[in-house]
Design a protein around this ligand. Structure first.
Ligand code: PGA
Length: 256
């Protein structure tokens, strides 16, 4: 299985980079990832979606949003709808990142509505889930992941499953400099895989599951040797084109 998969490497810039900085990044990145065999995607700030999409239009790089609102449209000052990010050029959207949950109070119910809005316009999403350190210490990881997946994907139709990707991001590993070991991540991915299979059958079992949390050019490829780790979600190391390109090329050089 590990030989057959095409890894998916996704950057998440968070609230970094102006349009000029984004375009300069792609000027540097594009020549470095021309030959890679992995899928390359970056979730950029809303303001950089359209110019970034124009910049990468002749490449295989995909551009995504980091969030969408759960309403189709309406009087929600400062919010951005799924249709708007798609119209601006987004190929996908992140949903339910732990920073959204923590700093903006997003709940599984709200995240479920966001996913409904995305899939009804066929916008692919990456659903971020993960346990806290306390959850893990208490032995609750599997139950937490199961609840997050089940609640966030409640009511999603079988024919929309191809639009879904899961990102397993243990909260204790995000931005901490301490990644999960590939074995610990693999265990959680297997839990997620089983939940997806229980919900959606064989289609669910094939939904890609990415690992995120302190991924670096040095450790990135080590995760992809695991049978249930299909790609990576990269925060800090996606801000520098050389570091991000190195993660993409390391997956190619190692023939994963
Ligand atoms: P990190 O962030 O790679 O900086 O740990 C990952 C994320 O938040 O998606």
């Amino acid at each position: 299985m590990a030989q057959e998969k095409q890894p998916i490497i996704v950057g998440n810039w968070k609230m970094y980079k102006t349009i000029e900085e984004a375009l300069a990044f792609f000027d540097e990145l594009i020549p470095q990832v021309e030959q890679v065999t992995c899928a390359v995607k970056i979730a950029v700030p809303f303001t950089a979606i359209h110019p970034s999409k124009n910049k990468v239009c002749n490449t295989h790089i995909q551009i995504g949003a980091q969030n969408i609102n759960e309403a189709q449209e309406g009087a929600f000052t400062g919010e951005v709808a799924a249709i708007m990010v798609k119209n601006a050029g987004a190929d996908f959207a992140l949903v339910g990142h732990s920073e959204r949950r923590r700093y903006f109070g997003e709940t599984n119910i709200q995240i479920n509505k966001k996913i409904q809005r995305a899939v009804e316009i066929d916008l692919p999403i990456i659903l971020c889930i993960g346990e806290t350190f306390e959850d893990r210490q208490a032995g609750n990881t599997e139950a937490i992941l199961q609840d997050q997946i089940t609640e966030c994907l409640h009511g999603i139709a079988q024919q929309k499953v191809h639009l879904l990707t899961i990102a397993y991001e243990p909260i204790w590993a995000i931005g901490s400099g301490t990644a999960a070991t590939p074995e610990v991540a693999e265990g959680a991915h297997l839990d997620c895989r089983r939940v997806m299979e229980a919900l959606f059958g064989a289609d669910g079992a094939h939904v890609p599951i990415l690992y995120g949390g302190s991924v670096t050019p040095d450790n990135g490829a080590t995760f992809l040797h695991m049978p249930d780790i299909d790609g990576l979600l990269v925060g800090n190391a996606s801000l520098k084109s050389n570091a991000f390109a190195k993660i993409c090329t390391s997956c190619t050089i190692e023939g994963i």
